[in-house]
Design a protein around this ligand. Structure first.
Ligand SMILES: Cc1cc2nc3c(=O)[nH]c(=O)nc-3n(C[C@H](O)[C@H](O)[C@H](O)COP(=O)(O)OP(=O)(O)OC[C@H]3O[C@@H](n4cnc5c(N)ncnc54)[C@H](O)[C@@H]3O)c2cc1C
Length: 241
């Protein structure tokens, strides 16, 4: 948004290899980085923030490698930590930094349910503990907790989705998508679209749909079926969607 304003000199510093490097495979990371540069943004990679100090009416941002930026404004996003104060008072069992709940969002205290960013629940497909920080997850787990409190006993089965938009690019992702996982990338012939399969034990654990729309349910089905992907091609699982 800042790079679309007239006359602003915008620097974008990230601690990793580029924007969303923890999610995107190298081919998309390169596209995204090139797009920021084309918009005039100075990308500064491998920059870990050390301090922000006011000096002479401006701000000086210093990074651990000694590099510094002088600027008028800083927007920073450095993640969040769950506020576990209430959970600690109630002595609830914790997992992955959140409140451990079962498939009905019920905590270790049978009178307390948890949902959203703070809830660590069994993955609906894999059964392993998962804690997600997305609004779709917050909405769906909140709904499930409400139903459970009212007596519903069905296990939580929703695979939540997250999305983002960067300039004219957009993506939706389902499941666990980390670039550190084994990935298979299928690019469209013109390179404008892509489907990335994130694998665990050769099975699809997450799917990222890059400029591909209305396929989230199909992606969920691939994950639910624990589909094996050896090689991803644009005519692969997509063909059957
Ligand atoms: C800058 C930013 C951008 C984001 N962008 C996206 C996005 O593009 N897409 C996406 O899917 N998700 C996004 N998220 C994540 C999304 O906002 C969260 O996953 C979602 O809001 C979690 O909902 P929640 O109800 O679990 O927690 P919250 O929305 O954090 O609500 C928890 C509430 O509990 C209150 N609270 C805490 N402790 C107490 C207490 N002791 N007593 C009473 N109240 C208390 C808090 O004040 C807060 O109002 C973003 C988050 C941030 C911060």
């Amino acid at each position: 948004a800042l790079s679309q304003q007239q006359g602003l000199d915008v620097h974008y510093a990230v601690s990793g290899d580029g924007p969303l490097a923890q999610i995107l495979p190298p081919v998309l990371l390169e596209k995204v980085s090139a797009r920021y540069r084309a918009a005039g943004v100075q990308l500064e990679t491998q920059k870990t923030l050390q301090e922000i100090r006011a000096e002479g009416g401006r701000l000086v941002v210093r990074f651990e490698d000694g590099h510094a930026l002088n600027c008028d404004w800083v927007v920073y996003g450095i993640g969040m930590e769950p506020n576990r104060a209430l959970a600690d008072i109630a002595d609830l069992k914790m997992a992955l930094g959140g409140i451990a709940v079962d498939a009905q969002m019920r905590s270790s205290d049978p009178h307390i349910w948890a949902a959203g960013d703070l809830a660590t629940y069994p993955d609906p497909v894999w059964g392993t503990p998962v804690r997600l920080e997305h609004w779709d997850n917050a909405e769906a787990t909140g709904h499930a907790a409400g139903l459970a409190m009212a007596g519903e006993t069905t296990s939580f089965a929703h695979q939540s989705l997250f999305y983002s938009d960067i300039y004219e690019f957009g993506f939706e992702a389902v499941g666990i998508c980390r670039s550190s996982m084994e990935c298979r990338t299928a690019l469209s012939p013109d390179g404008a679209q892509a489907v990335i399969y994130y694998l665990q034990d050769r099975r699809v654990r997450g799917v990222l749909l890059w400029n591909v729309w209305k396929k989230a349910d199909a992606a969920r089905a691939l994950i639910a079926a624990r589909t094996e992907v050896r090689q991803a091609s644009w005519k692969g699982p997509l063909q059957n969607w």
